[in-house]
Ligand binder design. Structure first.
Ligand code: TXA
Ligand code: MG
Length: 340
């Protein structure tokens, strides 16, 4: 058996060479599920035009059926077959940020199964900035619907091993490739209303979007709409490691003091405590710092699980740049948030 034919509990482990990607594309075309790398996190792909295939994604992940999926393209020309009534703002952003970590919510075209959008009249669409993902979509000759390739509620996978931890035996194949450099999912921007709204902060910062559009961009679920779930996926607890995570927020001195005393308290009780340590590097700007944190966040949560810690303590970080996405994920992962 060649190395590209290894199976783990029935899930085919493919290399990222051209022939293996072509094989993965055939699986997609025949209605199967393939996990593939993107620049953000691993996605679990199926043909976006095949309702039965898309339904399998929800089953494989244990995903609630009312949480819509993102459609992935390899070529701008595919956009018109996925979405309609595309505003000029979309083209402006696409020119600048595709391929890249920006998903745009637009009016859905009838070619796309409504199961993809969980019955919504809209569709989220993006072009990933990763050679393997782009080749897979191109060779499949269909847009690919893909959520993150984790068991629903778990931290998103940034490595093929994370995908296998959660989904081996539940999906047809996973493509083994280099790690996902950004480490948090794409920014989801809704362009269907009177003004653009960020539904999920992610790999493209709010500051860059505001600079491009020349206006303030509202973050859904903040301000006056704090009670409203921003995008359907934001309703659920998410990104959770197995051990409970306690997030400590507030003034830096007070929160550090509390973190230290919590660590001592639980250590004395015999707990193995994992720390998500956001110690500042000298000379790094908050933006660079946040990018490094984002790249390691999900991977670190999974490593702490592997070390079988009983408890994870995490500290608030600044929300500049990708820090907004990091804090969003931490808040959703937290079993408890303590503000001091
Ligand atoms: O970076 C990413 O976005 C990764 C990679 C694989 O591309 N994908 C990803 O997908 O994170 P998922 O399913 O884990 O998250 C999709 C998010 C959810 O919060 C979902 O509710 C939202 O996008 N979403 C999808 N379609 C939507 C729509 N039509 N309207 C509003 N929100 C939508
Ligand atoms: Mg996800």
């Amino acid at each position: 058996m060649s190395r590209s034919m290894i199976r783990i509990k029935g899930t085919l482990l493919l290399s990222d060479h051209k022939n293996s990607i072509a094989r993965a594309a055939r699986i997609i075309r025949r209605g199967g599920l393939v996990a593939f790398p993107t620049e953000t996190v691993y996605g679990l792909g199926a043909s976006a035009t095949d309702t039965e295939a898309v339904k399998k994604i929800f089953t494989a992940k244990g995903r609630p059926p009312d949480n819509p999926l993102i459609v992935h393209l390899s070529d701008q020309k595919q956009l018109r077959s996925v979405a309609r009534e595309i505003p000029d703002t979309a083209y402006l952003l696409i020119e600048k940020y595709w391929p890249g970590p920006l998903s745009l919510v637009l009016q859905r075209s009838e070619n796309i199964s409504e199961v993809v959008s969980a019955g919504l009249p809209t569709v989220a669409v993006r072009m990933p900035d990763h050679r393997v993902a782009l080749n897979l979509i191109r060779l499949s000759r269909v847009p690919i619907a893909a959520p993150s390739a984790n068991w629903s509620g778990r931290p998103s996978p940034t490595d093929f091993r994370h995908v296998l931890e959660d989904l081996s035996g539940r999906i047809d194949a996973v493509i083994k490739s280099n790690v996902c450099a950004i480490g948090v999912e794409s920014t989801v921007l809704d362009l269907t209303g009177s003004e653009p709204v960020i539904l999920r902060p992610g790999g493209l910062s709010r500051e860059r979007l505001e600079e491009t559009l020349g206006c303030h961009i509202r973050l859904a679920g903040s301000g006056a709409n704090i009670e409203q779930p921003s995008s359907p996926g934001m309703r659920y607890r998410h990104y959770s490691p197995l051990a409970p995570l306690i997030l400590v927020t507030g003034a830096i001195n007070r929160r550090r003091r509390l973190l230290n005393s919590l660590a001592c308290h639980y250590n004395r009780k015999g707990f193995v405590v994992g720390m998500l340590n956001f110690t500042k590097q000298p000379n790094f700007s908050p933006e660079i710092e946040a990018g490094l944190l984002a790249a390691k966040l999900f991977q670190t949560l999974r490593q702490l699980d592997a070390r079988k810690v009983d408890l994870i303590l995490a500290e608030e970080t600044e929300t500049a740049g990708l820090g907004l996405a990091v804090m969003n994920r931490l808040r959703k992962a937290a079993a408890r948030t303590i503000k001091v």
